[in-house]
Design a protein around this ligand. Structure first.
Ligand SMILES: Nc1ncnc2c1ncn2[C@@H]1O[C@H](COP(=O)(O)OP(=O)(O)OP(=O)(O)O)[C@@H](O)[C@H]1O
Length: 408
């Protein structure tokens, strides 16, 4: 591909970097854009996969038609078929009208299926059919409908492994993988890391009118050698944090170390993520969640006890007889008279409360859940897949909770 054209595309879409693997990925996308072939973009979370389907669509004969980007991982399993393929009126409780579905809406255009590896097997079967024949049936319907949609899919899971484990249909994988495009991890991009740092630092200058950040040589070396588990997304977050929180404007390796996890910790995160689920770490997370739940339960019981006592007082004041509780349902279970902070909570928590002030910490399950999600995301450099593993929950649950808590 002509260098000039490649540079034009990068400028138009704000893509920074010039390493060979990135150029190759862009090159392949531009070469196949004018065809109807399915493209499968693979790459770790946060490498910048999202821009490629847009580039493909805008450079294809479909560019004046609809472009829809769907995150398959964030749609609940119960509604995904209806969202993708539409539904008939009354197909399920709450389906008061018929719905068209993305395959109908995007007819003649391009559909970007992000996190395609998260699709349930039943949906995979429907998807295969529409890819092979252009035909689909709405949920609850019988009529065979036609559509002409170009599919670009993306995934950060190892699809070969997903196929071998029976989580992803082999025939669908081959069908989607007509043109594979690999987005390189940030740690493979050499000096692009520094260019991206400059880009994000400059964006902060424009956004908040702050003086620009500069890097010392040792800081540059650290950025180049760091493993970046959260890839470009992590670098962007890190640059924004440093821009806002650091008083120094010339950033040294020492300052950087305050913001990025130590190399050892990155390795630790990587090794957690390769553990099969159900090992001691997720067990620890379960204990953590259980602990929060028990604390909340204890709080509720105490609150209810207070309310009952208040009611008893009012009944007595009105001249009535206090109600005798036949079952001590509102007394605290003796097994959890006092819930202590578990040792693992103490170990890595900056929010440890002193003994003289043990109740400053919010005991609200919602607050604690939000903190846990944030902590896991921070620890995994924004990598949602690894964060979900750390939390011992599915990706889908994490996406849904992030959405519900406005933490996206
Ligand atoms: N080469 C690049 N130049 C400028 N910004 C980039 C580049 N690559 C990624 N980004 C930015 O990094 C962030 C993460 O990118 P994106 O959401 O596309 O990652 P992803 O690979 O789709 O991640 P996930 O698999 O988690 O969805 C975005 O804010 C994006 O704009």
């Amino acid at each position: 591909m002509e260098q000039r054209l490649l540079q034009q595309i990068k400028q138009r879409y704000g893509v920074v970097g010039n390493c060979e693997q990135l150029n190759h990925a862009l090159d392949v996308c531009l070469q196949v854009a004018h065809t109807d072939l399915s493209v499968l973009i693979i790459g770790e979370s946060g490498v910048g996969k999202e821009i490629l389907p847009r580039i493909i669509h805008d450079n294809s004969p479909r560019k004046r038609e609809r472009y829809l980007a769907i995150n398959c991982g964030s749609i609940p399993e119960g509604t995904i078929d209806s969202e993708l393929f539409g539904h008939e009126k009354g197909a399920y409780t709450g389906a008061i009208d018929e719905g068209e579905g993305y395959f109908g809406i995007a007819n003649k255009g391009t559909l970007f299926l992000d996190e395609v590896g998260e699709l349930p097997l039943a949906t995979q079967a429907r998807l295969l059919r529409v890819l092979e024949t252009g035909e689909y049936i709405r949920v609850g319907g019988t009529e065979v409908l036609k559509t002409d949609v170009r599919i670009v899919a993306a995934t950060n899971v190892n699809m070969v492994k997903a196929v071998s484990e029976g989580k992803f249909r082999q025939d669908l994988y081959y069908r989607l993988n007509s043109i594979p495009v690999r987005m390189p991890a940030l740690r493979e991009r050499g000096n692009d890391i520094l260019s991206l740092f400059r880009l994000f630092a400059l964006q902060m200058v424009e956004k908040y009118k702050m003086p620009r950040l500069d890097l010392t040589e040792d800081a540059k070396r650290l950025l180049l050698k760091y493993k970046w588990p959260g890839n470009v997304r992590q670098l962007k977050n890190l640059t924004e944090q440093i821009s806002l929180l650091s008083e120094e404007r010339t950033i040294t390796a020492e300052t950087l170390r305050r913001f990025i996890p130590e190399d050892e910790e990155t390795m630790a995160v990587a090794s957690y993520s390769t553990k099969p689920s159900g090992e001691s770490h997720s067990y620890e997370q379960e204990r953590r969640l259980l602990f929060n739940f028990l604390v909340e339960l204890q709080n509720s019981v105490q609150r209810l006890n207070g309310e009952v006592q208040e009611l008893q007082k009012q009944i007595t004041a009105l001249g009535g007889q206090p109600v005798q509780m036949s079952h001590p349902v509102l007394s605290l279970p003796s097994s959890i008279p006092q819930i202590e902070t578990p040792a693992y909570e103490m170990a890595d928590s900056e929010e440890i409360k002193t003994e003289s002030n043990p109740v400053v910490e919010s005991l609200n399950v919602g607050d604690n859940e939000m903190e846990l999600l944030k902590k896991a995301l921070r620890r995994c450099g924004g990598n949602r897949k690894n964060a979900a593993k750390e939390l011992g929950i599915s990706d889908r649950t994490l996406y849904r909770r992030l959405k519900q808590l406005n933490l996206e």
